[in-house]
Design a protein around this ligand. Structure first.
Ligand code: SAM
Length: 269
């Protein structure tokens, strides 16, 4: 079962109070009854097991019976700078990227972008992308919400590059440096740039390189713009071995690293 994403303000001490869509989901879709346990996350690295105390219509009260916190040493997931592809493909990219642990997603328009978002469409689109990111986090059992930023130009995105990060630009004209070669620098935050259907323009590659980015090949085949980030995120998970069983799991606890101790919070009503 996934985790339901809630606003941390719904937790007071050892009590959860929920209204609206998340409560509806727990009561009507998951059909939880008083005494049943369900899992929630605040999207900020904490997850909880909650025992339903009572629920009616779209309102419920639960008691927190267990709290888990993502280990603080765990690196933030990669930041994906993705040129917005045609039609609804960005929806798919966001869903899959969140499942694969992306930390942030920065939609981009570039010189060769087919899609230049109009600001009047953007509010609705961004709302949908953020909802998809929240649902993908809940479904995949993650605990840290992936931020989906408002689209910006490649030039603006280049200014965001932190030179101490490992910034990779997927470029089909790169013939020597492979993804595998550059992924051995563990623990460094990673940024990934993926171009649109028409690829990056040469001057965009020069700009990104000037900001310290490294171009990488994803192999001899030309991947679709939506396939490339998924391949890179999968390779990062594999290469960095981010998902071994936790020490607790190997000691007999289920993965998800929960403490058996009830949270040390004061009862807040
Ligand atoms: N129009 C370009 C061409 O024909 O060469 C292809 C662009 S591709 C469909 C979209 C994006 O996916 C590229 O900008 C790049 O970021 C990434 N990509 C696809 N295949 C790649 C590969 N083999 N190596 C590196 N990047 C790749």
């Amino acid at each position: 079962m996934g985790r339901i994403l809630i606003d941390p303000q719904n937790i007071r001490g050892l009590k959860l109070r929920l209204e609206g869509a998340p409560a509806h989901h727990i009561l009507r879709v998951l059909r939880k009854k008083p005494g049943d346990i369900f899992e929630i996350t605040d999207g900020q690295g904490r997850d909880y097991e909650v025992r339903l105390e009572n629920g009616a219509e779209n309102t419920l009260v639960g008691a927190i019976v267990r709290e888990g916190k993502e280990p603080s040493h765990r690196a933030q997931g990669p930041s994906v700078f993705q040129a917005i592809p045609k039609s609804q493909r960005m929806d798919w990219i966001i869903e899959k990227a969140v499942e694969l642990g992306a930390g942030t997603i920065q939609p981009l328009w570039t010189k060769r972008s087919v899609v230049i978002p109009r600001s009047k469409d953007m509010t609705a689109k961004l709302g949908r992308w953020r909802r998809i990111a929240g649902e993908a986090l809940a479904q995949s059992g993650g605990t840290r919400l992936c931020a989906v930023h408002a689209p910006c130009s490649l030039n603006e995105a280049a200014l965001q590059i932190n030179p101490s990060h490992l910034t990779l630009v997927a470029w089909e004209k790169e013939k020597s440096t492979t993804l595998k070669e550059v992924l051995d620098r563990r623990g460094i935050p990673i940024n990934i740039f993926v171009g649109p259907e028409g690829g990056f323009a040469p001057e965009e590659i020069e700009l990104l390189k000037a900001r310290g980015a490294q171009t990488v090949s994803l192999g001899a085949r030309t991947l679709r713009s939506e396939t490339a980030p998924i391949m890179i995120l999968s390779a990062i998970l594999y290469e960095q071995n981010i998902c071994p069983p936790s020490p607790e799991a190997s000691a007999g606890h289920p993965p998800g690293s929960k403490s058996d101790i009830a949270p040390k919070r004061s009862e807040g009503g």
